[in-house]
Design a protein around this ligand. Sequence first.
Ligand code: TYM
Length: 358
Amino acid sequence: MSSEGKKKVILSCAQPTGKLSLGNYLGAVRNWAEMLEKNECFFGIVDLHAITTPAKPALLRQNVFDCLAQYIACGLDPEKCHQFVQSHVVGHTELAWILTCITPIGELQRMTQFKDKTAKLGFKATHSDGDDLKFSHEGARPQASINAGILCYPVLMAADILLYNADQVPVGEDQRQHLELCRDLAQRFNHQYSETFVIPKPYVPKVGSRIMSLSEPTRKMSKSDKNERATLFILDEPDLIKKKISSAVTDSGSKIESNSEKPGVANLLSIHSALSGQNTDQLEEHFAGKGYGVLKSELTELISDSLQPVREKYHELIQDKTYLKSVLAQGANAAQKRAYKILGKVYRKVGFPERDRT
Ligand code: TYM
């Protein structure tokens, strides 16, 4: 509860880019499900963000329903929270535009995810003098181009959060920097136009906030990884989980311990810890004198068993489009109600004249 005795507002979102990864589950969605009882929760499916990378329209549409079915299967009970599609609610892009006008381009160019994404496209962003970033097209694939959406992505994300005046935003570690920008923008707006936005707090879980790739454990596990063995998805069947975990990169030596020189083993232990609730010391003791094979087979079973109810529930839900549509309709109504209130306030503060409705 907030200081006024009202429920806290929680908001978080994920992109509908296919199946949710184990990282999405452990770093985000599973934690959202823990927050339903005590808070007023809004969970978005951000289709506007998803088109910053080319998406086939029919697939994007299907992915939205897949994402919702996975949300519910992970425990987001529609009776206890509002689940909505970003493009259904008027206000996200409107507020994003207003925030864009108080965002220095340099701040966006410095975002780690922007640099990573542009690097992937073949562009190199290099610091030249001071804070200036220069883009070199040298060695870039000829078709590579950066759309402005990728640059402005974090501003839209800030709008998603501020449009609901969210108190807390539960996310994985990779979103922390975007949250910082959101807080800066809220403060800047409040300073420029008077107190309007709540300054949202990130909630990043202690365990599971940064699940790493199974094949390159120094990189984050990502649902868009080209390497099929790198990412576990929450809908993977037990056979596939077994294959992926058995081929997961471990490190030289045989001792099972969590340290930075053994990122592969440390990652497997952190997945174990997030699912079993045992801390690293307990796990190191449990696996003392045992080999990587034992760790992998125990982990395979733990993941398969933990995700079995999610898989089963998803397969049931995805058959029922009518139900899923009704969840989204209710979610959009609740979200829109709150969004209009806050957007109206923002418009007044900025000085947009009220529309005469007579
Ligand atoms: P997205 O779709 O990439 O990821 C959704 C959530 O999953 C977390 N996550 C991870 N956590 C731990 N380990 C990993 N390997 C891992 N990979 C992903 C992310 O931190 C995230 O919490 N920009 C956001 C979507 C967004 C949003 C928002 C989030 C748009 N508007 C407003 C919060 C509030 C994104 O692309 O998430």
